[in-house]
Write a protein that binds this ligand. Structure first.
Ligand SMILES: N[C@@H](CCC(=O)N[C@@H](CS)C(=O)NCC(=O)O)C(=O)O
Length: 96
């Protein structure tokens, strides 16, 4: 299992967050979770990365930033494909 892919900023119990946690767990993706609660006010560091201040948001270990739960879910699924099949599988194969 490779090192963690990145971090999902989320609020515990939030339905969008729960959906992403399930997807990550089912695909055995090692992802960190950091609590950010827009209702209580997000941290300045989070706001700098994600100006809209919405959760869930994803930050890859390579610095890739992504928001919108559906986009994060699709990206996580790609991570699963790449880690499962290694270099032999490319975007062209998964998404012709
Ligand atoms: N379309 C976005 C919606 C994200 C969203 O609205 N998240 C809510 C929590 S469920 C939020 O961060 N609200 C804070 C705000 O709108 O400032 C998605 O699907 O991820």
């Amino acid at each position: 299992m490779p090192a963690s892919f990145g971090t999902i900023y989320c609020t515990d119990g939030n339905p969008r967050t729960v959906a992403l946690r399930i997807l990550a767990k089912q695909n055995k993706l090692d992802i960190n979770y950091v609590e950010e609660a827009p209702a209580k006010g997000v941290s300045a560091e989070f706001r700098k990365k994600f100006p809209m201040g919405k959760i869930p948001a994803f930050e890859g270990n390579d610095g890739y930033l992504l928001h919108e739960c559906n986009a994060i879910a699709i990206y996580c699924k790609f991570l699963f494909f790449f880690t499962s099949f290694g270099d032999e599988i490319h975007f062209k194969t998964v998404y012709p």
